[in-house]
Design a protein around this ligand. Structure first.
Ligand code: SF4
Length: 581
């Protein structure tokens, strides 16, 4: 595509949008903010929209957006050499001071590399110069394990945008040159400068130590930056509305951050602690303002009902005329009132996550509900008039046996019976849709030392679940392949050496098997190794607040099939949280 065509397309995008920000560049810090996927996907990402708003809320910053071109145009754009331009002012990205990335998913890592190439930049930080924009990579995945992306970043932003953006601006204002800027950022909470560290390895290929380079002032570990309280903060919400996105012109709004349940596999639960609710009045004010652009509200929270005013919030959103979709609901939070409000707003499906079929295995992973409670919740759901139930399950969990797989079938059959009992006599029956994923042990959880279950065993379990679930009327199961999870695990659990494979996969169009073979990256080493005796884990460079001994004791409790009951909720929870001290 030619440059004029790219500019034309950017202007067409703006013509359909409401709420974008256009500021003069003069005298301001210029930030090109990239979502490493297409416009269609990125504009439905609340984290991306929030960072855009936070940057532009600073008078001294102008932030403009950049996306990956659609697949059909990508190759042409790469060969044409037409520079990557921002949507708002159609300025080439390499003229900006900062090229920032908001990365939410491991599968987008190759797109980070593509965007750097499209911008005409060297992909490796070590090969760029002080004249290039400062490449800052942030987003949910980077504060869990930034290492696979570390060689591409000048700076990794570890933590929540609300806490990081003001510090970034202050550092820019005070710095006399690029080195000074990096030193200032490295001294600040939440900024990790990978180039300031040497990584020493042990004889068996693990990590011996991250060694800060002399004279950089870089700390031995980087503390994550997070908001202490959300009491006086506007809830993150959609600010740019466009019909051209995955979720259409839907108002996405964050109601509460974090979840106190402490499921042992869940990185989101552990990493967004403590649970912080956004003020009810501010949520309703934002929703009231956005009503002229949208009639659908997507409530983005991993534990929606931990908000003390959730019933009032839902009532008022329904009264404003919104239809509401919650991201997911925790079983122990479902009440007849909440279900009735969701039903009134037009919702027909409820999504819940039993994770596994047996109470025993749920005790292992600390999912603190029982089959009896799940069935009681389903009874309430179908009695409230919902048509369908969506279920999330995992396989490959510690101590799992064939009985646990059979238990997935059994609980699904019981849920189906409950559905049929309520829907008998109606014109049509609903569906139960299950999704089964192999466990990918995640950094920053009680399973961070665990190897992923080996491929033959997972394959066998996938086949077993398929055969158990086949041919049941009104029940549909989607089961992820082992290979898909294997490469996701490589990106989750890897260290800097995995960057070679990311670059190769970017070059070859996403063929991970070939990328790993070509670069000699030992994927099995990262995915299938027991890390319990490793001195240092790749993600230990970021201090998320929770300590190793806590994770180890949680893992051991799991093997004893003991729950850590969710502290109800915030006071107790705060006790576990050195994060904010
Ligand atoms: S209930 Fe468990 S899995 Fe769900 S968000 Fe909370 S900690 Fe994570």
């Amino acid at each position: 595509m030619q440059s004029w065509q790219l500019r034309e397309r950017a202007r067409e995008i703006l013509a359909k949008e409401v709420g974008y920000v256009s500021k003069p560049h003069g005298g301001r810090l210029r930030v090109a903010l990239a979502f490493p996927n297409t416009y269609f996907v990125g504009m439905s990402n609340l984290g991306f929209q929030t960072v855009y708003k936070l940057f532009n809320a600073e008078d001294d910053i102008v932030c403009e957006r950049v996306f990956l071109p659609p697949k059909t145009e990508l190759a042409a754009q790469l060969t044409s050499g037409a520079p990557l331009i921002t949507i708002e002012s159609q300025t080439p990205v390499n003229e900006f001071d900062v090229f920032a990335f908001s990365v939410s998913f491991e599968w987008d890592y190759t797109n980070v590399v593509t965007l750097l190439r499209l911008a005409g930049l060297k992909t490796r930080a070590a090969e760029r110069t002080a004249r290039d924009p400062l490449v800052v990579i942030g987003g949910a995945v980077t504060f869990v394990n930034p290492e696979p992306l570390a060689p591409f970043a000048d700076v990794i932003a570890a933590g929540e945008g609300e806490a990081l953006i003001p510090s970034l601006l202050t550092a820019f204002k005070g710095a006399c040159d690029r080195d000074d800027l990096l030193r200032r950022l490295a001294a600040d909470r939440g900024f990790y400068v990978p180039g300031f560290y040497d990584v020493n390895h042990t004889a068996d290929g693990g990590i011996e130590a991250f060694v800060p380079r002399l004279g950089t002032g870089a700390p031995p570990v980087v503390k994550k930056a997070a908001l202490k309280t959300t009491d006086t903060v506007d809830p993150p919400a959609t600010t740019i509305f466009t019909p051209d996105t995955e979720l259409g012109s839907r108002l996405l709004i964050e109601v509460v951050r974090g979840c106190a349940n402490l499921c042992r596999f869940c990185w989101a639960g552990y990493n967004y602690l403590p649970v912080r609710a956004f003020p009810k009045d501010r949520i309703l004010q934002r929703a009231g303002h956005a009503r002229q652009y949208s009639h659908r509200a997507g409530l983005v929270s991993i534990a929606l009902c931990d908000h003390p005013d959730i019933e009032e919030i839902l009532t008022q959103l329904v009264d404003m005329g919104y239809s509401i979709s919650p991201a997911s609901l925790r079983l122990d939070d479902l009440t007849p009132t909440i279900l009735e409000l969701l039903r009134r707003s037009g919702e027909r499906t409820i999504t819940i996550a039993p994770e596994t079929g047996s109470d025993r295995l749920r005790r292992v992973i600390n999912k603190t509900v029982t089959n009896a409670e799940i069935l009681a919740a389903a009874d309430m759901i179908f009695a409230s008039g919902f048509d369908n139930l969506k279920l999330y399950f995992m396989i490959g969990l510690p101590t799992e046996t064939d009985d646990d797989l059979v238990a997935i079938r059994d609980i699904t059959l019981q849920l189906r019976d409950t559905m049929l009992r309520h829907q008998r006599g109606r014109g049509h029956l609903g569906r139960i849709v299950g999704s089964v994923n192999p466990l990918v042990p995640k950094p920053g959880t009680a399973y961070q030392w665990l190897p992923m279950e080996d491929d033959r065993s997972i394959d066998r379990k996938i086949k077993r679940v398929r055969s158990l679930m086949g041919g049941i009327d009104n029940v549909y199961f989607n089961i992820k392949s082992e290979r898909h999870s294997f490469y996701q695990a490589l990106l989750s659990l890897g260290d800097r050496r995995v960057a070679d494979a990311i670059e190769a996969a970017e070059r070859n169009g996403g063929n991970w098997r070939a990328a790993v073979a070509e670069t000699g990256v030992d994927a099995d080493f990262f995915v299938f190794r027991d890390r319990s005796t490793d001195k240092v884990l790749p993600w230990d460079i970021i201090d998320g607040g929770l300590k190793d001994h806590f994770f180890r004791s949680e893992f051991d409790k799991g093997l004893r099939e003991e729950w850590t009951l969710p502290p109800k909720r915030q006071k107790e929870n705060a006790r576990l949280l050195p994060v904010l001290q």
